[in-house]
Design a protein around this ligand. Structure first.
Ligand code: AMP
Length: 251
């Protein structure tokens, strides 16, 4: 069984985001970039499946500028067997990414495709669903548990939904997107970081895959959220009640 995992390069979760002065996006120059945290969870799950003997190969895929190779090297150091980099400097929206994945799936023929439930830069939460739609594959999104039955070629996925856990059964090949509680991703060890340097990364361009990067979507502007007003410390319960009644008008 072959597992393909999507790993997106995003601004590191710990970075304080700054909006560009011209409001066209956020500043990414000289900013720490990392693998999207939900993609780390996706890769960890694929590695655990391989380590349990149910899969033989894990292929990490990243789409974007040349620096995505760094993200792929991190994935290879975590344990992926090989990487695929589709190089593009264009603005990539989920549908374009999904179309690229459809082509890669045609080439690589994985049995399972695991993605993060969302990328923390665009918060779209669309790519996995779009890939499943384009490929006409079943999907198990927001996975908090994955159990594979290799013989029956079925994946049982617990999904985190608003009112609890929903369990779905998917015939393979299928798309799974990962939620936060699925697992705790491993850190890459130094020997594995060294080993990752010699693991292969195949390169494509969207043109070579016959995918035109176009979008019906236009970002009008990006602005910072309004600043929160400073709080006040009240000296008594009576003062608190007075403020809630007469200033906040909530009671
Ligand atoms: P999104 O729909 O943009 O929130 O992204 C959901 C998931 O799709 C991410 O967690 C990644 O696993 C995958 N993904 C999205 N964009 C890319 C990309 N450019 N390269 C690799 N994977 C991606």
């Amino acid at each position: 069984m072959k597992i393909m995992v999507a790993v997106k390069r995003v601004v590191d979760y710990a970075v304080k985001i700054r909006v560009k002065p011209d409001k066209t996006g956020v500043v990414t120059q000289n900013v720490k970039m990392s693998m999207n945290p939900f993609c780390e969870i996706a890769l960890e799950e694929a590695l655990r499946i391989r380590e349990s003997g149910l899969a033989s190969e894990v292929v990490a895929v990243s789409i974007g500028p040349s620096q995505c190779v760094e993200t792929l090297r991190t994935g290879l150091a975590m344990g992926a067997n090989r990487g695929i980099h589709v190089e593009s400097t264009a603005s990539l929206y989920p549908l374009s990414v999904a179309k690229i994945f459809r082509k890669l799936v045609e080439i690589e023929k994985p049995d399972l495709l695991i993605l993060g439930k969302q990328a923390i830069d665009d918060d779209c939460n669309q790519t996995g669903q779009m890939i499943a739609g384009l490929l006409n594959w079943p999907q198990g999104t927001f996975a908090s548990k994955v159990v594979l039955d290799k013989e029956k070629q079925v994946a049982t996925v617990d999904r985190e939904v608003d009112d609890g856990i929903e369990t779905v059964c998917l015939n393979l090949p299928a798309v799974i997107t990962t939620d936060l509680r699925l697992n705790q991703p491993r850190y890459a060890t130094l020997p594995n970081i060294m080993k990752a340097k010699s693991k292969p990364i195949k390169k494509f361009t969207p043109e070579e895959l016959n995918v035109e990067i176009i979008s019906d979507l236009e970002i009008v502007q990006v602005t910072e959220p309004p600043k929160r007003k400073a709080g006040v410390i009240v000296s008594s319960v009576d003062e608190l009640i007075d403020k809630l009644k007469n200033e906040a008008n909530v009671i």
